[in-house]
Design a protein around this ligand. Structure first.
Ligand SMILES: NC(=O)c1ccc[n+]([C@@H]2O[C@H](COP(=O)([O-])OP(=O)(O)OC[C@H]3O[C@@H](n4cnc5c(N)ncnc54)[C@H](OP(=O)(O)O)[C@@H]3O)[C@@H](O)[C@H]2O)c1
Length: 295
């Protein structure tokens, strides 16, 4: 939790962060305080999680100085205009109750309703990016980046933006590791953050992983988190449970090359259960706001 990666602009970021998706706004402040007590120094929220207020409260009341905490938030996936993004960045600062944000990223190249439907929203992402660049230059944001971006989406900003994205936060875990986009992002000198590193909890009963984890004297969650680190990524496990938080951060062991190769080849998870309903797992948000799972 104290080891760091260096972002392209020289800002250091703790190698492990706590995810906060699906933790209610009225509960998350205590979760942040518990995690800070355990040693977490890096927290991941988003406008879309509707818990920025509570995350900000947790950061302000956890007993650590602001300089010792790294907070990431995300510009809502639907915002694809300069003015809309500018207003939303100031909105996040206000909701978090902080005078700066350590990292702000575009949540997705597509609004969720259009996720991976073929349209890339190049102009809209560039407009949002210009607003992030402006806030970065003004010192409101210490670093800026993207999430769920494919190579073409990254190229759009690399070729047309003024500031190179510093981070690409993507779905990456054992059994579902997008090697191409990881390789492309890393070759551009951009840090890859791995979200859902324990597959939203849906991989924790896998017998093949259980045997390998046992051989290292660790749990499947620890094996999965360590796997992300050894691929040079920054894992963001979510937990609201203090014991899980402790376990997830105790990953000071080394997976052998042969086992990394075996982990890379684990069969893809087909069913994320209730989490399948979220667009990033293949679900689809309908115009009326309901979600349906894809096959
Ligand atoms: N950029 C994006 O589009 C995007 C999308 C999804 C997620 N994210 C970010 O990434 C974070 C993590 O992803 P995620 O929340 O989807 O999934 P995850 O971290 O892979 O899994 C979280 C689930 O696993 C359980 N869990 C965690 N550690 C455990 C352990 N040691 N033993 C048993 N169960 C454990 C948690 O329950 P407990 O709380 O009970 O421990 C929770 O149900 C999110 O919170 C969010 O910050 C970003």
């Amino acid at each position: 939790m104290n080891d760091t990666y260096l972002l392209p602009n020289g800002v250091s970021v703790p190698k492990l962060g706590l995810g906060t998706w699906r933790i209610d706004d009225n509960k998350v402040a205590q979760v942040v305080r518990d995690a800070a007590q355990i040693g977490y120094r890096h927290f991941d929220t988003a406008q879309g999680y509707q818990n920025e207020r509570g995350v900000g409260e947790g950061i302000r009341t956890c007993g650590l100085s602001r300089d010792n905490v790294f907070v990431t938030t995300k510009l809502d996936a639907a915002i694809k205009t300069f003015e809309g993004a500018k207003e939303a960045i100031d909105g996040s600062l206000k909701t978090l109750g902080l005078d700066h944000i350590d990292l702000m990223i575009i949540h997705s190249p597509q609004p969720w309703m259009d996720f991976r439907e073929g349209e890339h929203f190049f102009e809209g992402n560039l407009a949002a990016w210009r607003a992030l660049e402006e806030a970065y230059a003004a010192g409101k944001l210490r670093s800026i980046g993207v999430s769920n971006f494919e190579a073409v989406d990254l190229d759009n900003l690399l070729e047309n933006g003024s500031v190179k994205p510093m981070v690409n936060q993507i779905l990456a875990h054992v059994s579902n590791t997008p090697f191409d986009v990881i390789d492309y992002t890393q070759k551009k000198g951009i840090l890859v953050k791995a979200y859902s590193p324990v597959a939203h909890g849906k991989i924790l009963d896998n017998p093949q992983l259980a045997a390998m984890a046992e051989s290292y004297g660790v749990s499947i969650a620890q094996l999965c988190i360590r796997y992300c680190l050894q691929l040079g990524m920054l894992p963001l496990p979510k937990s609201a449970n203090a014991e899980h938080m402790r376990v997830n951060a105790a990953v000071d062991f080394e997976i052998s090359d042969a086992d990394i190769a075996a982990l890379k080849a684990v069969d893809r998870i087909k069913n994320y259960g209730d989490a399948s309903l979220f667009p990033v797992y293949g679900g689809k948000l309908q115009a009326d706001g309901t979600l349906v799972a894809r096959d």
